[in-house]
Design a protein around this ligand. Structure first.
Ligand SMILES: [Zn+2]
Ligand SMILES: [Zn+2]
Length: 281
């Protein structure tokens, strides 16, 4: 059953880190955020139960760390019910094959992300020429070849529900990738953003390292459709979330989240969209 799973041909460990690396934050009783080097994973579910999911699967080579984070929170030998993906970029699926093999659990993603997760299509090359700092310049070293998860991956149900995440709906937020999704729980305003927007200027090595809190659009070097990205941010802002966790950077909540999102929508072209780059027209 495992034989058809494989990472992309350019899969490799990426030596990048931040002061947040290895730090976990309790956001809500059933929402935990943990940073692997420069990317976040989230655990959704009450630690008093064994009903939980893992959202996104970290950086290459991080499987052991993810397993220990989960066992610390949910108990020895605990396993999530599923891995739920916001999208398939290398820093969100970096440990997924080892995790799926160990836990024998399904993975879910949006239908439009499937070609990148079934080994059919590479993501566009990261754009080293985009306006931004050192991370943008380094981005050509990032893996972009597709992973193949074979029959372990399934699309989300078309009714908007998310398997094993009662109360949450998936929301299509394309732009950063075609099948990018965010997750929203209406009853308490919890938003799991993915990379539709992030709270650190992900293009700048120093800001990534210090995790300086600053609302930003999706990471620039990998975002290919800026019109869709803008519409996706507007869609999320209109939900008026009360707390948000993102793929990169610190969580945001309350008035700071509201005002930051308003500012991002209003000034999207200034804050988010690069002045130049090969995916800006
Ligand atoms: Zn991404
Ligand atoms: Zn990312």
């Amino acid at each position: 059953m495992d034989k058809e799973m494989s990472y992309g041909s350019d899969y490799k460990f990426i030596p990048a880190t931040s002061i947040g690396s290895g730090v976990g934050i309790d956001i809500l009783p059933d929402l935990y955020n943990y940073t692997i080097q420069i990317v976040n994973i989230h655990l959704v579910g009450d630690p008093k139960t064994n009903d939980f999911v893992l959202i996104d699967a970290g950086m290459p080579d991080s499987a052991e760390e993810i397993i220990s984070v989960i066992e610390n929170r949910f108990g020895e030998n605990s396993r999530p019910k599923a891995i739920i993906l916001t999208h398939g970029h290398f820093d969100h699926v970096g440990a997924i094959i080892e995790l799926v093999k160990r836990w024998e659990i399904p993975v879910y993603a949006h239908e439009l992300e499937m070609p990148f997760l079934l080994g059919e299509k590479s993501y566009p090359e990261p754009d080293a020429t985009v306006e931004g700092g050192m991370v943008a310049k380094m981005s050509p070293m990032f893996p972009n070849e597709p992973i193949n998860l074979g029959n372990h991956i399934k699309p989300f149900p078309s009714d908007g529900t998310v398997p094993h995440m009662p109360g949450f709906k998936w929301i299509h937020t394309p732009g950063h990738t075609p099948g990018h999704v965010s997750f929203y729980r209406e009853n308490d305003g919890t938003l799991i953003v993915g990379d539709a927007f992030v709270t650190v200027k992900q293009e700048y090595l120093y800001k990534v390292f210090t995790q300086e809190l600053e609302i930003s659009g999706p990471p620039r070097y990998l975002t290919t459709d800026w019109n869709a990205a803008k519409a996706s941010v507007a869609k999320l802002a209109a939900l008026k979330p009360t707390v948000a966790v993102t793929g990169h950077g610190l969580p945001l909540s309350g008035d700071l989240l509201t005002s930051s999102l308003e500012k991002l929508v209003h000034d999207f072209d200034d804050i988010a969209k690069p002045d130049y780059g090969k995916y800006v027209h």
